[in-house]
Design a protein around this ligand. Structure first.
Ligand code: NAD
Length: 310
């Protein structure tokens, strides 16, 4: 693979980020296969239509729904609706062998080390040398994730941390692991800059890399002040958003967009991976976030977080 020739990609995980990444690859003219898990139960609508669990429409349901959703989303992840045709839906049980046809496989599933490790193990069964495999993790160690994988696989494995919403956020962190081929890292950097239009920063494999460590800490300070001084979400956002010259990144709206469960995972990840007691104390998930997550208010993806979607 050279930077001009990522001809085909596979994105695994069709949630907020996976669908955003697939859409942006499509924007850049790169066909991609979008995979997710096979749903465990039929919906009422599927039962009514007489579909069985083996039917492809059921097995590909999550990725198919994600593609339909990206055509209507606001802000639009696609440059043009018809670019969605460049994205094919699939599922992990039936379609994983098709990664052998791709140049780049991007893991974008839940932010859990064990889930990501076990997926990488499954990916390696069909992987062939030369295929780049990357993770969109917000901050899990690239080296820990790749534990148990072959040296050849690790040479082609790195973090590619896109930001939400993918089409609009220029920043992309690329995180090489200890075993990653440095030449491949540079080729991916060039590819992501020239073809995807990203501003790439090479980051070290430290918990939460660069942007999320600083950004997460800033949000924790905001939440702490909010709790201590009794400010409302609207008051906080009025000050941290447009008034600060950041029209689209008010603190709590940003948290709702990111997903409160994802934010909590990111905070836990720093605390659990640092030996420094001061740093551990700084990275505590605030009660208000734990409470929202417990009650299923995860942010925009569930229709409510700090704000309710109108
Ligand atoms: P999400 O919850 O919206 O989507 C996760 C998707 O992965 C779901 O569609 C789910 O069905 C699928 N999935 C879950 N477990 C799986 C498994 N074991 N195997 C295969 N698929 C599985 O999550 P997201 O917000 O898109 O985050 C995905 C990744 O991107 C995480 O690592 C997260 O930390 C990272 N990230 C998120 C953001 C953000 O703003 N949300 C930003 C940057 C990076």
């Amino acid at each position: 693979m050279t930077w001009q020739t990522v001809r085909k990609a596979v994105v695994i995980g069709s949630g907020i980020m996976g669908s955003g990444i697939a859409a942006h690859l499509a924007n850049s003219g790169i066909p991609c296969l979008l995979l997710d898990i096979v749903p465990s139960e039929l919906t009422e609508e599927e039962k009514r239509r007489g579909l069985t669990p083996e039917h492809p429409a059921v097995r590909n349901r999550l990725a198919t729904a994600a593609i339909a959703k990206m055509k209507k989303a606001n802000p639009a992840p696609l440059y043009a609706e018809e670019f969605a045709e460049r994205i094919a839906p699939g599922n992990l049980e039936d379609d994983l062998p098709r990664i052998a046809e791709a140049d780049w496989v991007i893991e974008v599933i839940v932010e859990k080390l064990e889930a990501k490790r076990s997926l990488l193990e499954r990916i390696e069964r069909y992987w062939r040398p030369g295929i780049v495999v990357s993770s969109n993790t917000s901050g899990i160690s690239i080296d820990e994730m790749a534990e148990g994988r072959s040296e050849a696989f690790r040479r082609c494995f790195m973090g590619t941390h896109f930001f939400n919403p993918v089409r609009y956020m220029k920043l992309l962190e690329i995180i090489p692991g200890r075993g990653t081929n440095p030449e491949l890292v540079l080729r991916m950097k060039t590819f992501c800059e020239k073809r995807l239009g990203k501003g790439v920063v090479l980051a070290k494999d430290t918990p939460n890399f660069i942007a999320n460590r600083i950004g997460t800490y800033g949000l924790l300070v905001v939440l702490q002040e909010m709790a201590e001084k009794g400010y409302s979400a609207e008051e906080i956002d009025a000050v941290t958003g447009p008034a600060m010259g950041r029209p689209k990144s008010a603190s709590l709206r940003t948290l709702d967009l990111v997903g409160l469960d994802t934010f909590a995972h990111v905070v836990d990840n720093v605390r659990e991976h640092t030996a420094d007691p001061e740093e551990r104390a700084r990275f505590e998930t605030p009660d208000v976030v734990r409470e929202l997550v417990r009650s299923g208010r995860l942010g925009e993806k569930t229709g409510a977080g700090f704000y309710r979607k109108s």
